[in-house]
Design a protein around this ligand. Structure first.
Ligand SMILES: *Cc1c(COP(=O)(O)O)cnc(C)c1O
Length: 385
């Protein structure tokens, strides 16, 4: 069945008790057992180990990514943590994309490094850099593509091939494009991570995360760690995310079309020094974007002329666009990574990977594109004075 059908129906069955078309929010701690060694109905025992509402979302996301199974979490960071806990131990080495979500950098360098895991931040957009970073103790390669916030791309098939040859796991953070536009498992990756906070939810209603695995054995390893560490998703979040998933393709298509129109507008604007959007012919990896994904997404960035001062003027004067962290929602958001999402990344590291002081990140929403462009035009005009 096609993606649109699956995003609506996969994983969800009418509620066995009432026939409710939506999987209810199973707000319960525990499940009554028939006897000491027998669970009723579907094998649920305690909500840290499993919950029917969360399970419906897990089945849907596994289906959409084409994986064996999926586990869901309270946040995207909890998903990444479960992935690290399941597959790493002291002495292991991990290669991570040098441009990645700020929280991924923080979890690696400030938390897991304390437990004896060694990290190399490599330019994964160049497979030869990944090859060079490989060591005998390398256990995992974690790539993020397109990367937050620079949108640098990693060739998923090329890095997966390197990983397979070296006997190393390749996990892809697929938050920016979702399985509607990019399916890392089909390109050879072993694991997919998501912040469901972003496009799966899509309505700024929840925070959540997911890990989708190629094999059931990998899922069992992650699920064991999820239960052992208590990194779970609450049923209300799963319920809301289940509803968001049903319109994923429709939202992404419209948001991406809006993003392309905005990118073209900015590219021609005299107050804008540079624009990056994978769908623009001027994007350095435009060919790779077309090859490994079926769409370009709704994230873009630009550099306003006049540095930090102009950037601040722009932010302070813009209408419609909300100055806020998060991305992927129906509301259009504008972010200044240096002071917001990437504030925890050291200045030298930010410069090295191209997160400049004047970089403005846009998460394009579902409003009328004329209104979004008009608001940008008006705010940009103020930056010239
Ligand atoms: C937001 C985000 C995360 C972290 O997810 P949370 O739900 O905020 O914990 C991880 N990776 C990427 C690419 C993200 O955008």
């Amino acid at each position: 069945m096609g993606f649109n059908t699956r995003q609506v129906h996969a994983g969800v069955e009418p509620d066995p008790v009432t026939g409710s078309i939506l999987t209810p929010i199973y707000q319960t701690t525990t499940y009554v057992q028939e006897s000491v060694d027998k669970y009723l109905a579907r094998g649920y025992s305690y909500s840290r180990s499993g919950n029917p509402t969360v399970r419906a979302l897990e089945r849907k996301l596994a289906d959409l990514e084409g994986g064996a199974d999926c586990t869901c979490y309270g946040t995207g960071m909890a998903a990444l943590q479960a992935l690290y806990l399941a597959f790493l131990k002291a002495g292991d080495h991990v290669i991570v994309s040098d441009v990645a979500y700020g929280g991924t950098y923080r979890l690696s360098t400030k938390v897991f490094s304390r437990f004896g895991v060694d990290f190399t931040f490599a330019d994964t957009s160049r497979p030869e850099e990944v090859r060079k970073a490989l060591r005998p103790g390398t256990r995992l390669i974690l790539t993020e593509t397109p990367a937050n916030p620079t949108l640098k791309l990693t060739d998923i098939a090329a890095v997966s091939e390197l990983a397979r040859t070296a006997g190393v796991l390749h996990a892809v953070d697929n938050t920016f494009l979702t399985p509607y536009y990019q399916r890392p498992l089909e390109l050879g990756a072993d694991l997919v991570v998501h912040s469901t906070t972003k496009y799966f939810d899509g309505h700024n209603a929840t925070v959540g995360g997911a890990v989708i695995t190629r094999t059931s054995e990998q899922d069992a390893a992650v699920r064991f760690m999820q239960n052992a560490s208590g990194l779970i998703m609450a049923p209300q979040s799963a319920f809301l995310t289940l509803q968001g998933c049903k319109t994923l393709s429709v939202r992404l298509e419209r948001q991406s079309a809006n993003a392309l129109a905005i990118a073209r507008f900015l590219e021609a604007h005299p107050r804008v020094a540079e624009v990056r959007y994978p769908g623009l012919e001027s994007f350095p990896q435009h060919e790779l974007a077309k090859r490994q994904a079926t769409g370009f997404g709704a994230m873009l960035w630009f550099e306003v002329k006049g540095g930090v001062k102009a950037g601040k003027t722009l932010m302070d004067n813009i209408r419609i666009w909300s100055l806020a962290e998060n991305l992927g929602s129906v509301e259009s958001l504008i972010t200044h990574p240096v002071t917001m999402t990437h504030a925890d990344v050291e200045e030298a590291e930010r410069r090295r990977v191209g997160i400049t002081d004047g970089l403005v990140r846009l998460s394009v929403g579902l409003e009328d594109v004329e209104d979004l462009i008009g608001a940008l035009d008006q705010a940009l005009a103020r930056t010239g004075s």
